[in-house]
Design a protein around this ligand. Structure first.
Ligand code: BG6
Length: 256
């Protein structure tokens, strides 16, 4: 029955919250691998959390990805939201336009009546280009915003899928494999032990800045992402709120 299903879900939420030692786990019914509509459900939960956190002027860094993108459907204009400034968590433009952080930041702003800041840079920068970029005023401004970010909203991907989606070179793919990369979030790749083993050289929020941030919403579901979510959540910031689905949650319990 529905009641049973719900009590099952809420006890799973409690178990995983304790296990991960994070602020909260929210589980929506279904499996994103099979039913794409599950993204909308996760998006609604994320939008509700954002509404709860939104009081006063706040800077919200958002990553790309189809899961974070789906939050937009549940965002509506409100006085609380209109004080938010959305920024792209990374400047990289390696992915399809609809999935890029820059696009998502601007869509969130237009949905809520908030403002946005974008930064369009190539996905992969050479060491020279990177250090030159870091001296550019617009990049420095963005780095300052990352330092003052109040809320981070990000997706989590499987390392392999993300490397392919970002057109990583065969050498990079091999390197990721040899590092044991399992999961990916905001341009960082994590191994099974939760260690960040690789970072794309691009202008974006740093892992330390995410960890310092007062609120973190991590949104990812589907059985196929269970390992990736575990690799990210292994070394978590205590203030993390994980929004996932039953498919991923049940698989994570099995893998624990
Ligand atoms: C990327 C984000 O764009 O999307 C990552 O930078 C995330 O943080 C990934 O891992 C997830 O994508 P999706 O489409 O599976 O939600």
């Amino acid at each position: 029955s529905l009641v049973h299903e719900w009590s099952g879900i809420s006890s799973l939420e409690t178990i995983l919250t304790r296990q991960f030692k994070i602020q909260k786990v929210i589980i929506v019914p279904g499996n994103n691998d099979i039913e794409p509509s599950v993204k909308t459900l996760m998006g609604t939960e994320a939008a509700n959390e954002l509404e709860r956190l939104a009081n006063g002027k706040k800077t919200v860094a958002v990553t790309g990805g189809s899961t974070v993108s789906a939050i937009a459907e549940s965002l509506t204009p409100s006085n609380k939201f209109s004080q938010l400034q959305f920024i792209a968590a990374r400047g990289g433009i390696g992915e399809e336009m609809q999935l890029q952080a820059n696009t998502i930041a601007s869509v969130f702003a237009s949905k809520t009546g908030g403002t946005y800041r974008t930064l369009y840079l190539p996905e992969y920068l050479s060491e020279n280009a990177y250090s030159t970029m870091m001296q550019e005023p617009i990049v420095r401004e963005m780095m300052d915003l990352y330092e003052q970010t109040d809320i981070v909203i990000h997706g989590i991907g499987s390392a392999e899928e993300m490397a392919v989606r970002r057109n990583s070179s065969p050498e990079d793919l091999q390197a990721l494999q040899s590092f044991g990369a399992v999961g990916e979030a905001f341009g960082y790749y994590f191994d099974e032990t939760g260690k960040a083993v690789h970072r794309i050289r691009t202008v974006g929020i740093q892992l330390e800045q995410v960890h310092k941030c007062p609120s973190i919403l991590a949104v990812a579901g589907g059985t196929s992402k269970a390992k990736a979510i575990l690799s990210y959540i292994k070394n978590p910031a205590a203030q993390t709120i994980l929004i996932t689905d039953l498919g991923a949650a049940e698989e994570m319990i099995k893998l624990l």
